[in-house]
Design a protein around this ligand. Structure first.
Ligand SMILES: CC(C)(COP(=O)(O)OP(=O)(O)OC[C@H]1O[C@@H](n2cnc3c(N)ncnc32)[C@H](O)[C@@H]1OP(=O)(O)O)[C@@H](O)C(=O)NCCC(=O)NCCS
Length: 152
């Protein structure tokens, strides 16, 4: 498995995974397209044998802020439980460090047990709850993790 920056040729896979994975708050093809070229976003893709698409992570940066925001993380259903999500998370953290960030934050649905387990295993700490955060009214936990300066 390898993690790399997403390219235009990944758009079909990105949109198909988004539609298969999320029922609300989906990112459109146009949004993905914009993020590919944006200095304030980074779209990463995990793939096997160069082409086989396994999953994606999207991170946002803000000018003047050292806090990066994990906006999306998803692996293909048939590829789950094999380290794809963990590898994508490690790669977005590394991209954020290189961008000069010292903290990663994210929101996750309070009923998303597998994602919560992954984040907590990788050192994320819950610090707030936002009721009605998602389009369907579901609540979110907010998590954060410092990005170690030593490996920045
Ligand atoms: C959450 C999500 C991204 C996790 O992706 P994943 O590819 O399954 O993640 P990993 O394989 O790295 O980790 C999942 C589990 O498999 C285990 N695992 C990792 N590599 C493994 C391996 N080689 N063999 C066996 N188990 C392994 C991990 O320890 C982890 O265990 P945990 O559930 O106790 O944390 C995935 O479930 C997903 O796409 N869900 C739908 C979208 C979503 O909810 N995204 C998060 C929104 S905030």
């Amino acid at each position: 498995m390898r993690v790399r920056r997403a390219e235009l040729s990944d758009l079909d896979d990105l949109v198909a995974l988004e539609e298969a994975t999320f029922d609300s708050d989906r990112m459109s093809r146009a949004q993905y397209r914009r993020h590919l070229d944006s200095g304030s976003a980074r779209v990463l893709v995990a793939s096997a044998n160069h082409r086989l698409f396994l999953g994606t992570a999207v991170v946002f940066f803000r000018k003047g802020s050292r806090v990066a925001r994990l906006y999306s993380l998803a692996s293909r259903p048939e590829a789950r439980g094999k380290g794809v999500g963990s590898a994508l998370l490690a790669a977005v953290e590394q991209a954020a460090r290189r961008h000069g960030c010292n903290e990663m934050r994210l929101e996750v649905r309070t009923d998303n047990a597998s994602a919560i387990r992954l984040y907590e295993r990788l050192g994320y700490q819950r610090f707030a709850r936002i009721d009605g955060y998602y389009e369907d009214g579901a609540a979110a936990w907010r998590y954060a993790r410092p990005l170690d300066a030593a490996t920045r």
